[in-house]
Design a binder for this molecule. Structure first.
Ligand SMILES: [Fe+2]
Ligand SMILES: [Fe+2]
Length: 166
């Protein structure tokens, strides 16, 4: 892998990494939507799949306006998170417990993305790439709102489970 000597090198590396991460998520989300029982959770996964496709297009757009070139690489961190979500599907029966586990797995993904986009925005600003920073901020906002939506569904699910036990 090429050396990362400058902030621009680092930016390209991080951007290529998150590009790979988003592509991997588009493959994982349909599987997670199918596995979810709570219709709100199913919808959240499906909605975020669509959003994620837009996020990939946003990176393509960023590449076009900046004239940078992405590196071919695989985000190994996302590979691990996706792998762990697959393990849940193998090990837990469909229902509220799997839903809770899927929410946890999805929130790990969102937090990874939130960290990645936060870093990318800081680097884009450092490099004077205002338009790129704006595009990345749009995606960051979507990741944050997805994370919040998942937290709300988790709380709702927990409340329902508690009511059923009474
Ligand atoms: Fe994303
Ligand atoms: Fe996301």
């Amino acid at each position: 892998m090429a050396a990362r000597k400058t902030v621009e090198d680092l930016f390209i590396h991080e951007l290529s990494d998150v590009y790979s991460a988003e592509k991997q998520i588009t493959k994982a989300l349909p599987r997670m939507a199918r596995a979810a029982t709570n219709p709100l959770l199913k919808d959240a996964f499906t909605a975020h799949l669509e959003e994620t496709q837009g996020q990939i297009e946003r990176i393509d757009q960023l590449i076009e306006i900046s004239g940078l070139k992405l590196k071919r690489m695989k985000c190994v961190a996302m590979e691990g998170l996706v792998e762990e979500s697959k393990e849940l599907l193998d090990e837990i029966e469909k229902g509220p417990v799997l839903d809770a586990a899927l929410i946890g797995a999805a929130q790990k993904v969102e937090h990874y993305e939130i960290a990645s986009y936060g870093t990318l925005i800081a680097m884009a600003k450092h490099l004077g790439m205002k338009e790129a920073a704006g595009l990345l901020a749009d995606t960051l906002a979507e990741e944050k709102s997805t994370d919040e939506k998942l937290s709300a569904i988790a709380e709702e699910g927990g409340n329902q489970a508690a009511t059923l036990q009474k």
